[in-house]
Design a protein around this ligand. Sequence first.
Ligand code: ASP
Length: 348
Amino acid sequence: MIRKLTLILSIALFFGCNSNTETQTEKSSMKEEMKTTQTPAEYTLVIHGGAGTIKKENLTPEKEAGIKEAIEAALTKGESILKSGGTSIDAVEATIMILENSPHFNAGKGAVFTNEGKNEMDASFMDGNTQNSGAVAGVTNIKNPIRAARAVLEKSDHVMLAREGAENFAKEQGIETVDPAYFYTEHRWESLQKAKKKGLGSVISEDPIDYKFGTVGCAALDKHGNLAAGTSTGGMTNKKYARIGDSPIIGAGTYANNNTCAISSTGHGEYFIRYVVAYDISAMMEYGGKDFQTAANYVVKEKLKAAGGSGGIIGVDKYGNVAMPFNTAGMYRGYVKPGERVIKFYEE
Ligand code: ASP
C-alpha cells in the first residue's frame, strides 16, 4: 500500500515539476519576445517648440537660426542622456529645460504676457511606467516650471498644484526661483501691446509671428522601455482671469503610458481639453488597436480640425515610432533616435 502511494506521489511530482519548468521556459521566452518587439528602437526622443502660423516668410534668418540652434541643443542633450542609459524622465526634463531657457519659445524665459502684464506659466509631466503625473499651473517665479511639475510627480501626493501654493512647494523642494522680471522679453511685451490695441482677447494665432503658440514639449522612450512626456508653456498672450490651458492637464496636454505612447500637445488649449487629445490617441491604440501614427493623424488632422481646434502633437510609441501631426501652417519639431536626427518647421 505504502509503495503504491509513493509511486503515485512520485509520478505526480514528476509531472508537476515538468509542467512547471515548461511554464517557466514559456514565460521567459515570451518575455524575451516582448522585450525585443517592445523596443526595436533602442531609444527615441521627440520635441516640439509650438505650432501655429509658422511660415518661412514670417521668420527672419536670425530668428530661424536661433530656434534651430535651441532645438539642436535640446535634442543633443536629450539624446546624450538616453544613449548613456539614462531614464526617459531625466531626458524629458533636461530637454525641456533647454527650451525653457531660450527666449524663442513661449515657456520659461520666453513666456507670453497676461492681460495684467505678468507671466503665468503652466507645465506637466507624466511617467508612462507608473502613470504618476505632476503639474503646476499659473506659476510666476519658477525658472523652469517643468522641474516643478516633475517634483509634484515624484515628491507629492497630488497631481496638480496651482499659483502660490505651487510656488511654495517648489521652493520647499529647492527648485530655483527668480524675480518675475527674469521672464521679460521685449518681443512678448510688444505682442501684448499689439493685442490690446487691436482689442483682441486671449490670442494665439491671429498675427503670424507675435502670437504663435510657442509652447514646448518632449516625449521619450528610454533603453529600459519606459516612456515619459512633459509640456511647458506661458499660455496665451493677453489671457485673463487666471486662464489655464491644456498644457498642465494630464490627458489633454501631456500623456504617457508604457502600453501605448507618450505625447505632448501644443495648440488652442481649450480644444485640446475638450477633446482630451493626448489620451484620445492613446485610447485609440489601447482599445481600438490602431497604430500610433494612424491614431495621432486621425485625432489631430480630422477630429480636432473639424471641431475648429488648431495645433499639433508630438510623441513616440512603445516601439520607438514617432508621430508629429499638426493642422496649422507649421510646428517647430524634431526627433532623434540611433543614427537618425530630423528637424522640421513647416509642412512637408
Ligand atoms: N496649448 C497652450 C495653451 O493653450 C498654448 C500653446 O500650445 O502654445 O495654453
